[in-house]
Design a protein around this ligand. Sequence first.
Ligand code: ATP
Length: 378
Amino acid sequence: MGKLDIRNLRKEFADENQSIIAVDDLNIDIEDGEFLIFVGPSGCGKSTTLRCIAGLESVTSGEIFLNGDSITNQPPTERDIAMVFQNYALYPHMSARKNIGFGLKMSTEMSKDEIAQRVEQVAEMMGISDLLDKKPGELSGGQQQRVALGRAIVREPEVFLMDEPLSNLDAKLRTTMRTELQNLQQDLGITTIYVTHDQTEAMTMGDRIAILDGGELQQLGTPLECYYEPNNRFVAGFIGSPSMNFFDVEYTNGTLVHDGFQQELSQETREELAGYEGPLTLGIRPESLEIVVDSEPGSIAASVSVTEPMGEITYVYVDIGNKRCTVTLDGEQVVETGTTLNLVIPEEKMHLFDAETGETIKSRNVSTATNVDINARA
Ligand code: ATP
C-alpha cells in the first residue's frame, strides 16, 4: 500500500529580507500504485514539494499522510519512501554492489547473504549484473542511473520519489530509459511521483499529471485531459509541443475579431460565450490549424516565414497579421518560405480563455477529441 495524501501543503523560505512561497496550499491525493508526474517551469515548486514528501524539507503548514498516517514530522529515514535524484548521488568509493546494498545494510536487520541475494535480483532486473563490481566512476551516465534506481528499488519502499532522474542522459538514452522506467513502475506497482520540466515526459509517462506554476496547482488530470481540456491558458501553453498558438481577439456580435482575421461563431458557441463580450484569448494547437486550397470566406492569410521538416511532420512558422504562429503539417506536404497559406481554425478545436484571468471558457472535449483523432489517422 502506498496511498499518499497531501493536504494544504505550504512551504515558505524566509530570511530577514524576503520570503518566497515555494509551495502554496497544495492538495493532491495520490492513489496506491499510481504514477504521478509533477511538471512545471523552473522555480514552480516541484522539487520543494518532493523534498517535503521525502522529509528533506520541513513544511511551513499542512500535512502529508501515507496510508492514512501523518508522516509530516517524521524524519526521512522513518518514512517508507525512496528518492532518486538527477545527479544519482552514488558513493564514489563503493562498488555498484555496495551502493545498491548500502541502504539495506543500514536500515534493516537483513543478513549479509540475504542482502547479497536481493542486490543480485535487483541488478538482474535492471540489466546491470555484470557491472556490480565497478565503481561509479567506471560507469556511463545511463549505467549510474540504473544503479541509483536499483538502490531505490532494493528497499521495496511504499513510495518512489524521482527528481528529474533522466535529465543528465543523452536524448536517445532518455527515450529508452523513459519506457524502461514505465515498465518497471508497472511491474513493481509502487506509487511513484516523478518530477520533470519536460512536457514530453509528463505526457508519456504518468497516469496523471500535476501541473504547477508559482507554487500553485494549476491542474491535476490525465495527460489527455490536460491536453484537450486545460483549466487555463497557462496549462494550455505548457502542455503540448510545439505550444498552442494564442491570439488576442475581441468578441462582438457573435464574431471573434483579430487584426489578421475575423471568425463568426456557431449558435452553440455563442451560447457558451454569453456574457463574455469584449477581449478574449483564442487558442489553437499547431496541428489543429487546417489548410484550404483557395482563399474562402473566413479563411486566414498566413505568410510562411520558416519551415522545419522533421520527417513525418513539418513545423511551419507563419505570420498572421503581426502574430507569429506554428502550424504542424504532414511531412509530405511541402510548403515554400515566402508563400501564403490559407488557414482555417476549426471551431470544434478552438479554445477560448478569459483575457484577464486566463481561465478556460471553452475547450475541446477529451472523449470526442480522442475519437476524432483516431478516425483521422485510420
Ligand atoms: P527547478 O526545475 O529549477 O528545479 P522547481 O520547480 O523544482 O525548479 P523549487 O526548487 O521547488 O522549484 O523552488 C521553488 C522556489 O523556492 C524557487 O523560487 C526557489 O528559488 C525557492 N527555493 C527553493 N529552495 C530554497 C531554499 N533552500 N532557500 C530559499 N529559497 C528556495
